[in-house]
Design a protein around this ligand. Structure first.
Ligand code: DCP
Ligand code: MG
Length: 380
């Protein structure tokens, strides 16, 4: 079997991702916590300025509420704590962890700072959110040396010097592989991957490590007996198209073969941001109204948090309900748009209220059995 497309020769693209970003920024403020399990999340008060010593900090064991872990230091991750886990569950795993509230303004400030350092060393950088970027090493001085290791080390060192923060960098022939490679040696790691490393370093990984294969798709792949990327690469493209539809099937086949020709784009202001979910069973618009409402509210909250994290405000809000499975996903129904969300649609409360109203309207139209719900918030 041959790879579907050769990768363009000599492309070197880096993916840089900050280590435990929010937590690491907090450690700059509270150096006495370095090396300890620290969890960021919840909305309690931070200690009074000027207070010092470990005793002043809240402990996870004293937490009561429904907040989730935003991120955790590597010391806390050793206890099994991870992003998106409930704080109460995290408290059972690591009661002694220090709990700090989030401070988006401070994280955004450091985000701008580390990106400014990179911009001085490489001209083509794509912003991918608060703590990650792609860098075109082909366009940067020295970017090809040692497969990119020399420039990666320079960037890592400069960021540390100017911010006190560490990051991990993957350098590869394309974005897809670079994104996977930046995780290979976290924290403070550099991984250089060549096209010829595909079978040895990429194929043993589970399919969900491909950016774009989420929990649902990877579950479906598991059901089909496909666990690793190598197993995915051995599937016939046509068979994958039958299972997942033309666009998804072809894309995942090419991804498994490490093929990706997306360029590094300097201006990456998103046109829209969205969250979506797929139900385990078909839902009925009337009978399952309450469950739909709950699931929908969760999506809205996630979306509002995404917007907040990236510092965006939405102007237009839309909802899509999908009534079919992967094979026939083109048959969309119930698409609605709502443009009346001016003045703070980016705020969580506003987005949730407007989107909930749109959903009610969609459901009132009386379509039964959606098995997929997409909530889209478009900022034009
Ligand atoms: N974040 C969040 N909600 C999540 C995941 C992450 O708000 N479910 C925030 C907190 C993170 C930041 O985004 O600090 C960056 O996300 P990463 O996935 O890169 O996680 P970290 O940088 O914290 O850790 P890692 O060292 O694994 O990259
Ligand atoms: Mg990170």
């Amino acid at each position: 079997m041959n790879a579907p497309h050769p990768m363009p020769a000599n492309r070197r693209i880096a993916h840089l991702d900050m280590d435990a970003f929010y937590a690491s920024v907090e450690l700059l403020r509270y150096p006495e916590l370095r090396g300890l399990p620290v969890v960021i999340g919840g909305s309690h008060r931070r200690p009074a300025p000027g207070a010092s010593g470990r005793e002043q900090h809240a402990r996870l064991r004293d937490y009561a509420g429904r907040g989730v872990v935003t991120t955790a230091t590597y010391a806390a991750r050793e206890f099994g704590v991870h992003s998106a886990m409930g704080l109460m569950q995290a408290a059972r795993l690591c009661p002694q962890a220090v709990l700090l509230p989030v401070d988006f303004d401070e994280y955004r400030r450091y985000s701008r700072l580390f990106k400014a350092v990179i911009a001085e060393l490489a001209p083509v950088v794509e912003d991918r959110g608060v703590d990650e970027v792609y860098i075109d090493f082909g366009a940067a001085a020295g970017g090809q040396e040692q497969g990119g290791r020399a420039l990666a080390l320079t960037i890592q060192g400069a960021i540390y010097e100017r911010t006190g923060l560490t990051c991990s960098i993957g350098v590869a022939p394309n974005k897809l592989i670079a994104k996977m490679a930046s995780e290979f040696q976290k924290p403070n790691g550099i991984s250089i991957v060549y096209e010829s490393d595909l079978a040895e370093r990429i194929w043993p990984l589970p399919c969900r490590r491909i950016h774009g294969i989420g929990p649902r798709m990877s579950e479906r792949l598991e059901q089909l007996g496909i666990g690793s990327i190598g197993e995915l690469a051995r599937c016939e493209r046509d068979w994958l198209v039958q299972q997942f539809g033309r666009s998804n099937g072809s894309w995942m086949y090419e991804a498994a073969w490490g093929w990706d020709d997306r360029p590094v784009v300097t201006e990456s202001e998103p046109v829209s941001m969205s969250r979506e979910t797929t139900f385990e069973r078909d839902m009925h618009a009337v009978r399952d109204r309450e469950e739909l409402r709950e699931r929908f509210t969760t999506l809205c909250e996630q979306l509002a948090a995404d917007l907040q994290r990236h510092g965006y405000v939405g102007k237009t809000i839309g909802v899509k309900l999908r009534y079919d499975n992967f094979q026939r996903q083109g048959r969309r129904a119930g698409a609605q748009r709502c443009g009346g969300a001016h003045g703070g649609a980016g705020a969580a409360g506003g987005a949730v209220a407007v989107l909930a109203a749109v959903l009610t309207a969609v459901l009132a139209a009386g379509r039964g059995g959606p098995n997929r719900l997409d909530a889209h918030l478009a900022a034009h």
